[in-house]
Design a protein around this ligand. Structure first.
Ligand code: HEC
Length: 107
């Protein structure tokens, strides 16, 4: 419980920090993009309810999966539709973001 509060505070502080440099701007963009994946893949890609877990996913596998969803080469129920909304550069950003996430024990 205490850990959860600390985690929430850390997140609040991290989000409230002003953006000072280009890298921070890139990180923010990645986080915003990743936000639309959370509905299905869970916060930070750590979903526990049967959807693929993205947290900690290998970057190359991640980018390949999205490119194949986008081109239609990889069968999917919903991801072909989702992948079409992003550029290759955004796939890279998303891959970096999710590769850096830890699978959360709590949800
Ligand atoms: C509407 C729910 C939904 C949303 C929103 C969604 N996904 Fe998915 N995702 C799925 C499902 C379901 C699969 C399994 C493939 C399929 O059936 O489409 C999947 C599969 C994947 C895979 C392949 C995982 C693996 O192990 O092969 C990746 C990578 C992925 N999604 C990334 C994303 C990213 C990045 C976003 C946000 C831009 C996102 N998804 C948004 C439902 C979703």
């Amino acid at each position: 419980m205490k850990k959860r509060i600390i985690f929430a505070l850390t997140c609040a502080v991290a989000m409230a920090l002003p953006v000072f440099d280009a890298q921070a701007e890139v990180d923010k963009h990645a986080r915003n993009l990743a936000g639309s994946c959370a509905a299905c893949h869970g916060t930070n890609g750590s979903n526990k309810s049967g959807m693929p877990i993205l947290a900690g996913m290998d970057k190359a596998l991640f980018v390949t999966a999205l490119k194949e969803f986008k081109s239609g080469a990889r069968p999917a129920t919903v991801m072909q539709h989702h992948a079409k909304g992003y550029t290759d550069e955004e796939f890279e950003l998303l891959a970096d973001f999710f590769a850096a996430q830890k699978i959360s024990k709590k949800h």
